[in-house]
Design a protein around this ligand. Structure first.
Ligand code: SF4
Length: 489
């Protein structure tokens, strides 16, 4: 979700509390359980599911559930394990729980923005909403709602969506979601809970992933299949772009708000985020039927054809470059070694904004193994190059360790354009590849050469044509938003 404090300047809001503050950030993960009948409680299953999705958001965590008064929620700032104690989980007796982990777009983060967001009507009926993505007509809807007297309690675009869902909820949850999808635009995978039912829905372009599973008779909705695996749930299927699934005591109902079937949709634009495969999703997840691990490995293997330098050793950048490095080393028939040790105990280190503090943080985090790299021509493999900060500092450490040549191999194209669909990417001027030729980039990062994978490598690895994914941060070609049948904003 997007923060909509329009007065804030992003430069003032550079996040500093993050172990990945040089990287683009996914903005949310969802895990929801409906009607759980296991020996453990639904809250514990949700806790485990959220832990499996922690990489999608580390700033806050929350759960909404039923108690004797209706829908209640618990939210906190920080990691899932810091937000929920065992006593809290045991006290949640509800068989239905909606969980969320969040990363905010802008640096200041508030408990009021933590999700699920909860709306209560005067009759005490409630709605809880968890959202992954960014709305693209936020400003217009914000002004409209403000003009109608809506008082906002958060600075998150998710509240806009919740406000419309509340407005339409008398029509029933399915129709409320359908009507809301006719008004909000952009990227959303979301789950909403009312007093008896749960609805999961995905925007018509399908920017962000959402899957359904079953466990002990319960329906599970999750941002990634890895979270289903974490609780032992069976994967049933991905939600289709534009699909609404409602689960209730009467069973399951599905409706697709887009006209035409998948073939028509492929002409108008399916837009699953290609960066989910490159970086965000866990390698053990399967998105739209494709293993993230296999895709990353295949990209590494395909880009091997572009490497002309003589190399002694392939080194994965820990841990983001591992899968592509395996594919690359296999194809090039070169030795692969974990020659840079990553300290796994740093967690959410405080990283100050100054260059010196960042350098210190990287030095603390990474340490090359000198006996492996000394006198060698090494290739460092990473999944993407965003600011280039870590790559530059890593190359400095490798030179200090005695590497003779350092070649940087990036398993995706240069990252040049902002994302409006739910990923927090640094400003264009902060992106390493903006306005730089490859040689200038290599010199700025202090490596002997840089080789990027081509976009064709990504599509070949995916076995997809270019209509079926969003690749705008590489190409600047932003997908046309798909219209919803019979709906007007
Ligand atoms: S612009 Fe990039 S990060 Fe954003 S949805 Fe498209 S591919 Fe994903």
């Amino acid at each position: 979700m997007l923060n909509f404090n329009f007065m804030e300047s992003r430069n003032d809001l550079e996040p500093v509390y993050s172990s990945r503050s040089f990287s683009p950030r996914e903005k949310c993960g969802i895990f929801a359980v409906y009607n759980y009948r296991g020996t453990d409680n639904a809250a514990l299953a949700t806790y485990l599911g959220l832990m499996a999705l922690q990489h999608r958001g580390q700033e806050s965590a929350g759960m909404a559930f039923y108690d004797e008064k209706g829908i209640a929620h618990i939210k906190g700032m920080g990691l899932v394990e810091h937000t929920f104690s065992n006593d809290m989980l045991q006290a949640i007796k509800s068989d239905t729980v909606l969980g969320h982990v969040r990363y905010s777009t802008t640096g200041a983060s508030y408990l009021a923005n933590a999700q699920p967001l909860l709306a209560r009507s005067v009759d005490q009926s409630g709605l809880a909403l968890a959202h992954n993505g960014n709305l693209t007509n936020t400003r217009r809807l914000y002004d409209r709602l403000l003009g109608e007297g809506h008082i906002f309690h958060s600075t998150s675009d998710t509240e806009i969506m919740l406000s419309y869902l509340s407005r339409f909820k008398r029509q029933g949850l399915l129709k409320a979601v359908q009507a809301t999808m006719g008004i909000v635009e952009g990227a959303y995978a979301a789950v909403v809970l009312d007093d008896t039912q749960m609805a999961a829905f995905r925007d018509p372009n399908g920017f962000r992933p959402l899957v359904m599973g079953r466990l002990n008779g319960a329906y599970i909705f999750a941002s990634e299949t890895a979270a289903l695996d974490a609780v032992g749930a069976n994967f049933i299927r991905d939600l289709e772009p534009g699909e609404i699934i409602v689960v209730s005591p009467d069973g399951l109902t599905s409706l697709n708000v887009c006209s035409g079937g998948r073939e028509d949709r492929e002409k108008t634009g399916l837009s699953l985020c290609i960066f989910e495969y490159v970086y965000f999703s866990r390698p053990d997840s399967v998105l739209d039927g494709k293993s993230v691990y296999e895709v990353r490995k295949k990209v590494g293997s395909l880009m091997a054809g572009n490497i002309s330098h003589k190399l002694d050793l392939i080194i994965p950048s820990p841990d983001s470059g591992v899968t592509a490095a395996i594919g690359l080393a296999e194809s090039l028939k070169l030795r692969l070694d974990w020659a840079v040790h990553r300290n796994p105990y740093l967690g959410r280190t405080f990283i100050g904004p100054s260059r010196g503090e960042r350098e210190q943080a990287v030095r603390l985090k990474f340490n090359p193994i000198k006996t492996l790299v000394k006198g060698k021509k090494v290739a460092v493999v990473d999944d993407s190059l965003v600011r280039g900060t870590t790559a530059r500092l890593l190359s400095g450490l490798l030179r200090e360790a005695g590497a003779e040549e350092i070649h940087l191999l990036i398993a995706s194209p240069p990252y040049r354009y902002p994302c409006y669909y739910g990923i927090d990417i640094p400003l264009a001027e902060d992106l390493a590849s903006t306005n730089r030729e490859i040689e200038q980039l290599a010199s700025a990062i202090k490596v002997d050469s840089i080789t990027f994978a081509g976009l064709n490598h990504l599509y070949d690895a995916l076995g997809e044509n270019k209509n079926n994914l969003c690749d705008a941060c590489f190409t600047g070609n932003y997908p046309k938003l798909v219209e919803i049948r019979g709906m007007v904003s």
